[in-house]
Design a protein around this ligand. Structure first.
Ligand code: PGA
Length: 250
């Protein structure tokens, strides 16, 4: 049985005092869940968030990192730096980073390898645009992104990679994929992984859905056979709405 991983992605929101308040409020609301609870916060909130979440079941993640360990990369943060303060998860290849910051399948692949070298758990985003969906090539796109992201990883690393299927047209738009469509895409990704790395790895890998997930639609999505969690933007900014998603099954 795969564990459900419910991860918030705060994007470029929340000052440290807001992060502290949100996590303080969230802690008692999610303490009894059997689901994995993760908040991926801005770099400037990491330390405050880690301290506030100490002793709780809330795990803290970053939203990006560089693939090099150190060096002349002004403004960048390395995997080693994240690990050094106790970060556990890192989002890699979010569509906003692919779209606005020149993230490519190649840098995504390098970053995943660096994440594993530093014992960080990568949440790797894949997803098609509206044009690609309408052209009937959505599965081709996401299977291709998945294959390139995972190139050169060991079976064990692939099994421990979290894939977030996020159709770009559903992110921050209020438009959600139907639970059937979302499940079908997650299933395609799982089948692709099974074909490349074996049935066992395919069965183990956690595949989340992301794109306008909120308390009203979370249960239906999260109960689908191949959706093992969510990557949640807007609805993760408030403790109450995020807790409702985390507690969808309790
Ligand atoms: P959203 O964002 O929930 O606000 O659509 C999801 C994401 O981009 O990870």
């Amino acid at each position: 049985m795969r564990k459900k991983v419910i991860a918030g992605n705060w994007k470029m929101n929340m000052l440290p005092n807001e992060a502290i308040s949100m996590i303080t409020e969230l802690t008692p609301l999610v303490k009894d869940t059997g689901n994995e609870v993760v908040l991926c916060v801005p770099y400037t909130d990491l330390f405050y968030s880690l301290l506030t979440a100490q002793g709780s079941n809330i795990k803290i993640g970053a939203q990006n990192m560089h693939y090099e360990e150190k060096g002349a990369y002004t403004g960048e943060i390395s995997g080693k730096m994240l690990k050094s303060i106790g970060v556990e998860y890192v989002i890699i290849g979010h569509s906003e980073r692919r779209q606005y910051f020149n993230e490519t399948d190649e840098t995504v692949n390098k970053k995943i390898k660096t994440a594993f070298e530093n014992n960080l758990k990568p949440i790797v985003c894949v997803g098609e645009t509206l044009e690609e969906r309408e052209a009937g090539i959505a599965y081709e796109i996401i299977e291709n992104q998945t294959q390139k992201a995972l190139e050169g990883l060991t079976e064990e690393q692939v099994a421990n990679t979290i894939i977030a299927y996020e159709p770009i047209w559903a992110i921050g738009t209020g438009k959600t994929a139907t639970s059937e469509d979302a499940n079908e895409a997650c299933k395609k990704i799982r089948e692709k992984i099974a074909k490349m790395y074996g049935q066992n790895v395919g069965e183990r890998v956690i595949i989340q859905y992301g794109g306008s997930m909120k308390p009203e639609n979370a249960k239906e999505l999260l109960e689908m056979s191949d959706i093992d969690g969510g990557l949640i933007g807007g609805a993760s900014l408030k403790a109450e709405s995020f807790a409702k998603i985390v507690n969808y099954n309790s």
